[in-house]
Design a protein around this ligand. Structure first.
Ligand code: FAD
Length: 309
């Protein structure tokens, strides 16, 4: 008798990537090469960033549109609310829904430089979630087959404007109560910060999936830029190791990618239901991290769909 082959019974891990709308024709060509490469990994969705105050409204919507029409990928459209009136934001939500988008990442966005929320603008991501749910309700006849999935941001380390980590958890709970379905985290450099977020959130009553946002760390410059943009302090040991690599870019990249793989694996070991990779519109490092992780993934329905068409 020949033994039947054993089957893999590990729960599949969700996979997604973040892209940003291109700022030039040349950037668009590079982005589309990246998109085609990432498509081959059959992610659950790809997210498309949105400028604070809607600064790139048209290019963001164009990219979402093209993803819907020209690829097998499912877009998750980021939307920021600070600087937008309820009317303007309702229009944008309707524009997204008209394009067939069924996933929105509801964000506040960075405040203007003077730190003031403009008069008449929405104030918090929570306000945007409620606005999206109201728009959805008005269009409810269209959503017989399912509602809009709303994602939100979550913070493994304290949000720069927040008084405490405990306050961040209260905000996450409030976003869940207002209708958020899942959260994606800000970047973090220590897996314990993600594990601690999950522990504190669950204890407070947050039940939605919280997906770790992982950045493939390919250079010291990228790490420092990332810290500056996110307000998250970099890992000092990693910075020292990258600095010691000096001009050897290949060595720095090797150290960085290994650190990202270890971080992603530790987050999965802590129970992460998926991984969201910040790509910076480059596929190589994201795919390198993925190849080393060997995630349990379902068979590739989106590729099968493309072949069947
Ligand atoms: P909020 O949840 O509204 O929180 C903002 C601040 O207000 C926090 O300090 C919070 O503690 C406080 N707060 C919130 N609600 C309340 C309340 N009810 N009462 C009192 N205080 C409150 N930015 C972009 O511009 N474009 C993007 O595409 C983008 N994508 C992102 C994707 C991810 C996964 C993440 C993690 C961040 C992203 N950002 C993006 C950055 C984000 O806009 C900033 O981190 C922003 O400073 C906060 O956004 P938020 O949605 O968390 O805001």
């Amino acid at each position: 008798l020949i033994d039947a082959p054993s089957t893999v019974t590990e729960a599949p891990v969700a996979l997604s990537y973040e892209l940003f709308p291109p700022r030039s024709d040349a950037a668009s060509v590079t982005l589309w090469k990246t998109i085609r490469e990432l498509e081959g990994t059959a992610p659950d969705y790809v997210s498309v960033t949105y400028g604070a105050s809607g600064s790139n409204h048209d290019t963001a919507l164009d990219l979402v549109d093209r993803l819907q029409l020209e690829t097998t990928l499912r877009p998750l459209a980021h939307l920021t609310c600070v600087g937008g009136t309820p009317e303007e934001l309702s229009t944008t939500v309707n524009e997204l829904l008209d394009r067939g988008v069924r996933g929105i990442l509801a964000l506040r966005g960075d405040k203007p430089r003077d730190g003031q929320v403009p008069a008449g603008s929405l104030r918090y991501a929570q306000d945007l979630i409620e606005l999206i749910r109201r728009v959805e309700l008005r269009r409810s006849a269209q959503f017989a087959a399912g509602k809009v999935a709303i994602g939100v941001a979550a913070y493994p380390t304290k949000h720069p404007e927040s008084p405490s980590e405990a306050h961040d958890i209260e905000v996450l709970l409030a976003k869940q109560r207002s209708g958020a379905d899942f959260a994606i985290t800000q970047v973090f450099f220590h897996a314990e910060q993600y594990a601690s977020l999950i522990h504190r959130a669950r204890r407070a009553g947050v039940t939605i999936p919280i997906i770790p946002g992982i950045m493939p760390l390919t250079s010291l410059r990228r790490i420092l830029k990332l810290s500056e943009l996110s307000g998250v302090a970099p890992d000092a040991t990693l910075v020292d190791r990258m600095r010691a690599a000096g001009d050897d870019g290949a060595l720095a990249r090797k150290i960085g990618v290994e650190a990202s793989v270890a971080l992603a694996q530790a987050a999965l070991d802590a129970g992460a239901p998926g991984l969201h990779l910040y790509t910076f519109n480059e596929h190589e490092s994201a795919l390198e991290v993925l190849a080393r992780l060997d995630l349990p993934r379902p068979s590739r329905p989106s590729l099968a769909r493309r072949q069947a068409n």
